[in-house]
Ligand binder design. Structure first.
Ligand SMILES: C[S@@+](CC[C@H](N)C(=O)[O-])C[C@H]1O[C@@H](n2cnc3c(N)ncnc32)[C@H](O)[C@@H]1O
Length: 201
């Protein structure tokens, strides 16, 4: 599975903190889908941002559904659920955050993520090309560095599926280099010019 690392896209995490969390914190349940999550640093980074921003009880209402195709590793869920990561994936985490949520693991050069962060993230296999959402009513869907490999027509169908599975006013975050296709652009409004963060209209 592709290499990825914690806090890979800080500007998007900050936009989620500033624009998305203030909207979602009012909801009884806060459901987030991270589609194409690789080995977990992205959904765990999201969980940390929610933890840093929400109050104690609000954070308990957060559930992050992290999915990936998992073509190579048949132990994807098990590996990610352990929450143990090598140094190269954690070295870009801001120091104060790292100190709060990570501890050294018995395995040399590896670090363990805190249980409170692990507990709000669940992992499952899912193929975006199935066009079947894992559920609906999401407040936020994050899908980064996945659809760039899809042909335009497939990308459009996946974005339509995301639109259907978002709650009214829900948000979609993609990578910075992704251009929202013309055929789906009218279904969303871009929240801030420099970040690919969209709200369902
Ligand atoms: C480059 S990684 C991106 C990881 C993470 N989102 C990030 O931006 O750091 C792309 C991930 O997309 C997954 N992927 C590719 N095609 C997929 C599909 N059809 N359905 C679900 N996941 C897929 C791959 O397995 C891989 O883990």
């Amino acid at each position: 599975m592709a290499f990825t690392f914690f806090f890979r896209d800080l500007p998007t995490l900050h936009a989620i903190r500033d624009y998305v969390i203030p909207e979602l914190h009012k909801n009884r349940y806060i459901n987030v889908w991270d589609a194409g999550c690789a080995m977990g640093p992205e959904p765990y980074s999201l969980a940390i941002i929610f933890k840093e921003t929400l109050g104690h009880y609000e954070f308990k209402r957060l559930k992050i559904y992290a999915t990936d195709l998992d073509e190579e590793s048949h132990d994807f869920g098990k590996i990610v659920s352990k929450g143990i990561y090598p140094e190269e994936t954690v070295k870009r985490i801001p120091k104060d955050i790292f100190k709060k949520y990570f501890s050294a693991n018995n395995k040399p050069g590896h670090f363990q993520i805190a249980d409170e962060i692990k507990q709000c993230v669940t992992f499952q296999r899912h193929d975006l090309r199935s066009l079947e959402p894992i559920r609906d009513g999401f407040g936020l869907i994050v899908c980064k560095n996945v659809l760039l490999h899809f042909p335009e027509c497939d990308r459009i169908e996946v974005i339509k599926m995301f639109h259907r599975s978002l709650a009214p006013g829900g948000f979609l975050a993609t990578e910075q280099t992704q251009k929202m296709p013309r055929k789906t652009a009218y279904r969303f409004k871009q929240i801030t010019p420099n970040i690919k963060l969209f709200q369902k209209v």
